[in-house]
Design a protein around this ligand. Structure first.
Ligand code: PLP
Length: 405
């Protein structure tokens, strides 16, 4: 009787809070105490939402678009999403074959919650976005993480996929360009994975394309349903406006996939959050239908910053960093620092030790790779202005050089 009010759902009790948000909290604490921390830990663009998108939201408020919308989203937005999938991804899509959710995160959660049962397995290539395994666990299923090493470009190989599939596998989650490594799957690599999936018709595919527009050096983005149309009927192709249009706070994600799945997701959403914010939907409509110059400008800025970070990290002692092909993350090995002591006298046994010492001694916040399922690495988000980025790289270099055996 007395302990009843504090009893939590068992899956939630076992889940981990987001490691990224933990670091963001630490940075906020330091900043509140007056410490000038440079944060390379947050996964969001540092740009403002384009002006025409902001104006569309304000116009929507004045026009009275402030009421509930259909659960699956406003029809004009769903039409714009269908047109986007056709135009940019070569996926012939009807508006009825789309859904709008409150962020890409809710798309993924809805899809998993709508389909997973106890004992089901979800294949999550590691390194992974921190939320995938936790969401799977919250749905009462088991995340099967498959290590993808630097030697394979941090990408899942057909052999590793084949070995991970069991009769209980329900989903494979693929994320390209990847958070946290910036890896981008080529058409040939997706085709090779598709060959494996075609042999296992019980496996669904969740293609997380949220960083689609951030590919560098002319690398062409492709998504699985486009590469292998025979998989389209069991693929949920998910995307959103957060990263492409600097709209993380607006909370709009969307997807296309088979009707049975979209209907189940809509049913779930109807009992949960209902339709996404009406104002944000109007803003997303302006983003998708309006001029697309912002997207290519941002890509160029991120490519320049990527080059700066990779060059600087590789120049100094202790870190080694491959050149990522997309997103806005560098995933640097910090193996050269493990076992050493920081100038402040802290023993660096793990990548988390390195990240915490960097925060306290160099006032630079990065994420430890082990939070994403592969250590000892550091994830460095270069979504920050060039001058701050250069200062952060200097501070990281000084920290590394100050370490002793
Ligand atoms: N997928 C990946 C790989 C991400 O990194 C994120 C956000 O960080 C999301 C999905 C979700 O984005 P949002 O919910 O802002 O649309």
């Amino acid at each position: 009787m007395t302990d009843l009010p504090m009893r939590l759902n068992a899956h939630l009790a076992a889940a981990q809070p987001s490691a990224t948000y933990r670091m963001i909290d630490r940075v906020a604490e330091r900043k509140a105490a007056g410490v000038a921390v440079i944060s390379l830990s947050a996964g969001e663009p540092d740009f403002d939402t384009p002006v025409h998108v902001r104006e569309a939201a304000i116009a929507a408020i004045h026009a009275g678009h402030t009421r509930y919308t259909q659960v699956a989203g406003l029809r004009p937005l769903r039409e714009a999403i269908a047109a986007k999938f056709a135009r940019e991804n070569g996926l012939p899509t009807r508006w009825q074959d789309t859904i709008v959710c409150s962020g890409g995160k809710q798309v993924i959660y809805n899809a998993l919650a709508a389909t997973l049962n106890p004992g089901d397995e979800v294949i999550v290539p590691a390194p992974f976005w921190v939320s995938y395994p936790e969401m799977v666990a919250l749905c009462g299923a088991r995340a099967v993480t498959v290590p993808c090493t630097e030697a394979s470009g941090f990408k899942l190989t057909p052999e590793a996929l084949s070995n991970a599939i069991t009769p209980r596998t329900r989903w494979l989650i693929l994320n390209s360009p990847s958070n946290p490594t910036g890896a981008v799957y080529s058409r040939a690599e997706l085709q090779a994975l598709a060959e494996v999936l075609l042999r296992h018709p019980h496996v669904l595919l969740l293609s997380d394309d949220i960083y689609e527009h951030l590919t560098f050096d002319g690398e062409c983005f492709v998504t699985m349903a486009q590469v292998e149309p025979r998989l389209a009927e069991r693929t949920l192709t998910m995307n959103g406006v957060s990263k492409a249009y600097a709209m993380t706070g607006w909370r709009i994600g969307y997807a296309t996939g088979p009707q049975w799945l979209l209907q189940a997701m809509e049913k779930l959403q109807g009992q949960q959050t209902s339709g996404a914010s009406s104002i944000s939907q109007h803003a997303a409509l302006a983003a998708l239908k309006g001029p697309q110059g912002f997207v290519s400008e941002v890509r160029q800025v991120f490519q320049r910053r990527r080059d700066l970070v990779v060059e600087r990290l590789n120049r100094g002692f202790g870190l080694r960093c491959a050149r990522p092909a997309g997103a806005f993350y560098a995933f640097a090995s910090c193996e050269g620092l493990i076992g050493r002591s920081s100038a402040g006298g802290r023993l660096l046994r793990t990548d988390e030790d390195v990240a915490l010492a960097l925060l306290d001694e160099a006032q630079v916040a990065v994420m430890q790779g082990s939070a994403f399922g592969l250590g000892p690495y550091l994830r460095i988000a270069y979504a920050i202005d060039d001058a701050s980025l250069a200062r952060a790289c200097d501070a990281i270099q000084t920290f590394c050089e100050g370490s002793t055996p």
